[in-house]
Design a protein around this ligand. Sequence first.
Ligand code: GLN
Length: 229
Amino acid sequence: DQSDGASGENEIIAGTAPGFQPFEMNRDGELVGFDIDHLEAVVDETDYELTGWEEFEFDTLIQALNNGNIDVIAAAMTINDERREQIAFTDPYYSANQSVLVQTGGGFQPSDLDDLAGRTLGAQSGTTGEGIIEDEVEDPDYQSYENYVYAVQELEQGRIEAIVIDQPVAESFEADREVEIAFTFETGEEYGLGVRQDDDDLREALNEGIAAVQESGEYEEITQEWFGE
Ligand code: GLN
């Protein structure tokens, strides 16, 4: 199995999309978060060496992977069939649903997707949240953002009425910003690490690493660190 260009045989580079707290974000100029700690712990269990992280907009990660710019995606990416046409996923490492965020005290209090019909809605380009707006909301006035951080800013300013976003990230923004969760709905999404379709050795090694990190209790420690009650 041929690994690409510059890096040594067992050296891999990870790609992520910061702005998705607490999974990946820049804090004091440093890339931190659940996915960073988790992938590093997972790779530590393998014969691979993680030599660096590259940052991308979420909707360019799959291209970066298939171009060989990176070898693994760790970006809270939901495993789904559409993406499986382009990349392969490891076993799941995190489960999530979707939430609808509104401006705190803004007066708009939707309680289900029907209430979003015809409203001005935002999401991050290429996400499952965007897919829900496009497929399940009637006649939305949809604004696509490169990053959820910009969407949250627009929501705080009252320039859009709601955002559809993964629940754990919605909770994190709710804690920090002038936005609140109006409701959460079940999507049963599971996040996986993304690898190239022909990279079976890496995928299998990462699967073993994911299991080992869960068994050792490290997964629980990393979860406590980023989601701790
Ligand atoms: N889990 C969502 C998806 O895969 C959002 C991921 C993200 O924005 N980083 O589309």
